[in-house]
Ligand binder design. Structure first.
Ligand code: COA
Ligand code: NAP
Length: 285
């Protein structure tokens, strides 16, 4: 799917909020990562977007720069491969000389009951989400933030809060990231680094939602969400922006849940979901 920038973005914060700053966003070529990147750029930030598919980040970078007038460097990188990360961070610093903001957004997910998860499937999601977040954070810390400070925002989820059905792999990985965020907030705080998580709920028009049964979401499910609507990518972009801003200076080691209260009310009955058409359809996958 080709990504599009927001046609009618309405500013909440000053347009030059991030003037002179540089942000590194993993998985910034698609979905939520693309829109986080766009919103940071709309506020004066230059960016680096990195993921496995170079053609995807290249085309995204072109669109983002055109829409915002800021620089966006696309890089190929697998968050599971420390050497590729080191190379990408070196390349980013060679070009921009600084990385003030890191957004660990790259992730992998699918719906699967624990009993059908292969050992490799569980490991793969843990490696992309949890190991990937540590790998990129460590590389950016060593090469820049250790001596210069910064903000690291990890995109998690609400899956582990209630033990979400069919999400043992992703929920475990995101819970690990939330723990890691606290540990690093404590250790790296004195270096001037703030560590935060943003936990989105279901966000419309994303691969994540499609993979988690998006086409099965009906009116009744939306009405069950306390704010009565699904999230938008812009909601998550604006939340990230707020955390990076001076208004967020006291925020570290915690999670901002940006889901309209969805995790409090969403269906989580394994017996019922196991007997639903969605599950039956998925079991054929
Ligand atoms: N259900 C159950 N197991 C699945 C699965 C599914 N839908 N999709 C993949 N797997 C299993 C594979 O069978 C494999 O296990 P095996 O070797 O025992 O057969 C394991 O997961 C790894 O799959 P593979 O395709 O080799 O991994 P990859 O590294 O190429 O891709 C994924 C990682 C699987 C997470 C892939 O879906 C991906 O790249 N996702 C990125 C986009 C995304 O998930 N977006 C949503 C973010 S919330
Ligand atoms: P998405 O568009 O599929 O984004 C995932 C991104 O990660 C892709 O750009 C992908 O690019 C990249 N990626 C995957 N594996 C990678 C790897 N090994 N190395 C480097 N990059 C990798 O999905 P999304 O829905 O926007 O999700 C973005 C984030 O929001 C994720 O952290 C997700 O868990 C979280 N989230 C989403 C929702 C939702 O409703 N969508 C809800 C809660 C949380 P490549 O394929 O090019 O590598």
């Amino acid at each position: 799917m080709s990504e599009e920038t927001i046609p009618d973005y309405r500013y909440v914060f000053q347009k030059d909020l991030l003037r002179g700053k540089v942000a590194f966003i993993t998985g910034g070529g698609t979905g939520i990562g693309f829109t986080i990147t766009e919103i940071l750029m709309r506020h004066g930030c230059d960016t680096i977007i990195a993921s496995r598919r170079l053609d995807v980040v290249r085309s995204a970078a072109e669109k983002l720069s055109k829409a915002t007038g800021q620089r966006c460097l696309p890089l190929q990188m697998d968050v599971r491969k420390p050497e590729a990360i080191t190379k990408a961070v070196d390349e980013a610093l060679g070009q921009f000389k600084q990385i003030d903001i890191l957004v660990n957004n790259a992730a992998g997910n699918f719906l699967c009951p624990a009993e059908n998860l292969s050992f490799n499937a569980f490991r793969t999601v843990m490696e992309i989400d949890a190991h990937g977040t540590f790998n990129v954070s460590k590389a950016v810390f060593e090469k820049y933030m250790k001596n210069n400070g910064g903000v690291i925002i990890n995109i998690t989820a609400t899956l582990s809060f209630r033990g979400r059905v069919l999400q043992t792999h992703a929920g475990s990985a995101k819970a690990a990231i939330e723990a890691m965020t606290k540990h690093l907030a404590v250790e790296w705080g004195p270096n001037g680094i703030r560590m935060m998580c943003v936990a989105p709920g279901p966000i419309a028009d994303t691969e994540g939602m499609r993979r988690l049964g998006g086409e099965h979401i009906d009116d009744a499910m939306v009405k069950a969400i306390p704010v009565q609507r699904l999230g938008k990518r812009e909601d998550i972009g604006n939340t990230v922006l707020f955390i990076t801003s001076r208004a967020g200076e006291l925020l570290t080691g915690t999670t901002v849940i940006a889901d309209g209260g969805a995790w409090l009310t969403s269906e989580n009955n394994f017996w019922k979901i196991k007997n639903s058409p969605m599950f039956k359809q998925m079991s054929k996958m």
